[in-house]
Write a protein that binds this ligand. Sequence first.
Ligand code: BGC
Length: 423
Amino acid sequence: MQNRASIKNSIDSSAKPEALREINFPPSFLWGAAISSYQTEGANYNSDWCAFEKEKKIQEAALAANHYKLFLQDFKLAKELNLGAVRLSFEWARISPNPDVYLEEEIGHYKEVIQTLKALGLKPFVTLHHFTNPVWFSESCGFESSKNIDFFLKYLKKIVEEFKDDINNWLIFNEPLVYVYNGYICGRWPPGVKSIGTARKVLRNITSAYIDGYKEIKSIYRESDTDSYVSLVNHIRKFSPCPNFNFGQNSVSSYIKDKLSNFDIINYLTKKSCLDYLALNYYCKEYVKFKGLVGAECVHQFHKERKNYLGWYIYPKGLYELLKRLKKYNLPVYVMENGTAEAEDYLYKEYLVSHLKCVAEAISEGVDIKGYFWWSLIDNFEWDYGFGPKFGLIDINYNTFERRIKPFAYTYAKICKENKIEL
Ligand code: BGC
């Protein structure tokens, strides 16, 4: 990679602070921001999340950020911020409100979305499943039943065939482990199940849907002139043993958590040759205390890392450490989500710059990182936390749906434009 040496030099010069001015990124580095359909579009009334909000009486996404109607404005702002790519998802429940129905007008809507991105010079990365399902799919047991995998594959085939000329980058699932953990182990998300046995079944079915979906996409593109790049987005965290209790046992739990939730799925899918690149989301560090082998989160007031608005431990070095461990896979890497929710603008800026320095450092040490996506482009519905946490580069006034670029986003815009970070 041409710029590796220059990045390395700028980082090496950190020993002499007066000489350290900037870190350059590789020339083709892709700068982006991510969103998901349910969290931003609004009026996704056929989705299982919508039914769950009503049933559990939690805050409703309702019109969310009204992105369904205001996507043009949002993408123009993304362009103004010098982004080169946007990651978004298609809402399966919107497109297919019944198992045998694919609404042409909704497919048409997403065509307009993709054409708008492309006209603005923004590369689309599309996620097919970002935590939500059509109600009919959930009601027939969703991914709990292996028989239902075919419903998902039918949707995947339909969409990929429709969009193959305009989209190259497909992310079949977002964070399967997060989905399974929240929906089937702790039951905070739909369908609100708490059963390890069911969770294992769902994960097995999602993994198999992924593998079949990967093959299906490859066969669709085989007959077309375009290339396809297919992956699954995996959430990675820095796990550390909780220092204050039983350190020995905590270390074992932390090691196992890291192995299972950070790398297991990547190991499995790379062995099957089903990942064209690694797509990773990194936010924070988690302290682990022993509670059975897999361990539990340890929240302790004496940890020295800063916490964000949601109480997550901010630890940029964790991103560097985890990225370094990806080198052995010999695959291109995208940071598909990285971001924070804060109460003060300067904290976003601190988070952004400190994490980007870690990305640059990992590149300088040979990790083939192709792009970085901030989560998220606009403020949005943060699942069971509702509208409180604000991750966006762009602020949303939920009464008027007015958009406003946040001050820290201009720092990101400058970095994107210059392809370097000034120190
Ligand atoms: C998810 C997003 C979510 C973000 C912040 C990611 O794990 O993909 O949907 O909003 O984390 O919690």
